[in-house]
Design a protein around this ligand. Structure first.
Ligand code: TNX
Length: 560
């Protein structure tokens, strides 16, 4: 019998007993004792009645809120692999402690991360300690369990009981992903940055969860328009909440070179000095880039730096005449055309330049990947293109990184661990034939810079409109014949910034499509269904608001 049922049973007995004593007392006191004894005898009865009313009114509040608390499990995005909800309620209180085990720096940091998430909107002073004793007193336990059967390094098991919360994973990364789930089980006010007065309750339940794909990514183009370190951190924060684990940063294009390279300083001094529309552009010093990389790492997100080549290189060509076949630097470019620039393929200095650039960035980047772009090299002959990609692949390998490139690189001789990023259907066959691992970023499904519909002010349309439903109702493993689950490393939604100026613009194009992409990358595909999802997504409206996200309030969703 549950505690609620126990309370009810006890209450019924009390009521029967009190009814009996009411009659008895009234009879006795009324007739024989009119000088106040009636009131004395009546007080316990009245108190019981008041208690009954209070408990009863609480009871109905509890059951109502318990229904909505249970809904938080149903509304999770991405949807977990398995969810069991029960009838109890866990209440977060000020005196709660987060215990981590084993005691080490990384686990302590995870505990502190969770404590900050909880303390900010609650105003509590939840502290972190290494584990001691039994599960009790509403404490939260974060535990690494090597022998756990959870698959993958991001899997986790979350147990919410009335008097404790236990989050178990094989690796710290799993704990971090589980914390994101825990966030969504609380009232959306948990996302506010100021203290809120709401009940900090969660329904009891159990979640077992792990991702479908290893690569769940978003890309931000900081070249067409430059975005500050703080903007990038904000973008990373938003990715984090939906369990994205890669951040691809497009650092150089025709309109701007955005990462300081010590051996080629003019790349940023000149090549970083403008952007689309002629604004002042900008760039990250190596320290600032490291700050981004570290921030992402603290959020268990691996940064994938991209320097696009041999096309999309006007900013570099404008900065160093010797990189041009005619030794003449072009003007900086602030328009939106693509495909007009190319590094000089048969000059050795090109490869010295790339070795320096890739070497410096590789040194600053702890993750194993380096993205060489390789797209839309319309000003490079096919033969030259293949020669170029083959040489660059050697350079990337010599700096101990795995090469990633857009579809077009499938024309070259690629190493077996080179990763292809599919964006454009014209290279489908080649991509399939290479038999390499593929990141799915089909333009007409996943491009965050495509307009939602004809009324969207920002964005482009070359791959069509992508409304919230289109973004969600497709599957990477069935999109292209011959490219199935086993060839797919994962998914990535790129955000190109030709039309985007501010973080608010970024947010508008990213939300609410990103949660859908996150679910495609994380959750088992079988049950995916728009009618069910749009209700879940609507319940994230208050969360987006609490996070102050400037999201597109699509009319396809009945926002809560
Ligand atoms: C295509 S996708 C590009 C980018 C543009 C984008 C605009 C890809 C690999 N190349 O250079 O910014 O379209 O949507």
């Amino acid at each position: 019998m549950s505690t609620e049922q126990n309370i009810l049973k006890q209450l019924k007995t009390n009521i029967q007993q009190s009814r009996f004593s009411v009659n008895q007392s009234i009879n006795k006191n009324r007739f024989y004792n009119l000088n106040g004894n009636f009131f004395k005898a009546g007080i316990p009865v009245i108190m019981l009645l008041i208690l009954f009313i209070i408990i009863n009114s609480c009871k109905s509040e509890i059951s109502e809120s318990s229904v909505s608390l249970k809904e938080n499990y149903r509304n999770l995005i991405p949807k977990p692999v398995s969810v069991i909800v029960s009838d109890g309620i866990y209440t977060l209180k000020n005196k709660v402690t987060i215990y981590v085990e084993p005691e080490n720096e990384e686990m302590m940091k995870l505990g502190i991360y969770l404590a900050e998430l909880l303390n900010t909107p609650t105003g509590f002073n939840i502290k972190v300690q290494s584990k001691s004793g039994k599960f009790r007193r509403g404490n939260i336990y974060l535990t690494l369990h090597k022998k756990d059967t959870l698959p993958g390094k991001e899997g986790y098991f979350l147990e919410v009981e009335k008097n404790y919360i236990h989050l178990v994973a094989k690796q710290p990364e799993g704990i971090f992903r589980g914390i994101q789930t825990l966030r969504q089980l609380f009232n959306p006010a948990i996302e506010q940055s100021t203290i809120q007065q709401v009940p900090w309750e969660i329904a009891t339940g159990k979640i077992t969860d792990y991702p479908r794909f290893e690569w769940r990514s978003a890309m931000l183009d900081v070249s067409r328009h430059f975005f500050s370190v703080n903007d990038v951190k904000r973008f990373i924060d938003l990715l984090t909440a939906y369990k994205i684990n890669r951040f691809h940063i497009h650092l150089a294009d025709d309109q701007g070179w955005r990462i300081q390279i010590n051996s080629w300083p003019n790349l940023t001094l000149h090549g970083g000095s403008t952007e689309v529309g002629g604004g002042k552009g900008g760039y990250y010093t190596q320290e600032e880039y490291s700050e981004i990389v570290n921030y992402a790492r603290e959020h268990y997100i691996t940064v994938v730096p991209e320097i696009d080549m041999p096309g999309h290189t006007n900013a570099a060509l404008a900065s160093y005449p010797e990189l041009n076949c005619n030794n003449t630097a072009p003007e900086l470019y602030t328009g939106m055309r693509v495909g007009f620039s190319s590094l000089c393929i048969h000059k050795e200095i090109t490869y010295k330049f790339l070795d320096d650039v890739i070497g410096e960035i590789a040194n600053l980047t702890p993750g194993p990947y380096f993205h060489i772009g390789g797209d839309e090299a319309h000003s490079t002959d096919k033969e030259d293109y293949i020669y170029f990609i083959n040489r660059v692949q050697e350079i990337v390998r010599s700096h101990n990184k795995l090469m990633v490139g857009w579809d077009e690189i499938s024309q070259a001789q690629l190493d077996s661990n080179t990763i292809l990023q599919h964006w454009n259907s014209s290279h489908e066959k080649l991509v399939i034939n290479r038999g390499l691992q593929v990141i799915m970023s089909p333009g007409h499904k996943m491009y965050l810079d495509m307009k939602y519909d004809s009324t969207t002010k920002l964005g482009l349309t070359w791959a069509g409109y992508i409304n919230v439903k289109d973004a969600y109702t497709w599957d990477p493993a069935t999109l292209i014949d011959g490219l199935g689950e086993k060839n797919i490393l994962g998914t990535e939604s790129p955000l190109w910034s030709e039309t985007l100026n501010t973080i608010k613009d970024i947010e508008y194009m990213t939300f609410p499509r990103l949660p859908g992409y996150a679910e495609i990358g994380w959750s088992p595909p079988g049950w995916r269904n728009w009618d069910e999802y749009k209700i879940r997504l609507s319940s994230h409206g208050p969360r987006f608001k609490a996070m102050e996200i400037n999201f597109h309030q699509s009319e396809m969703v009945d926002w809560q």
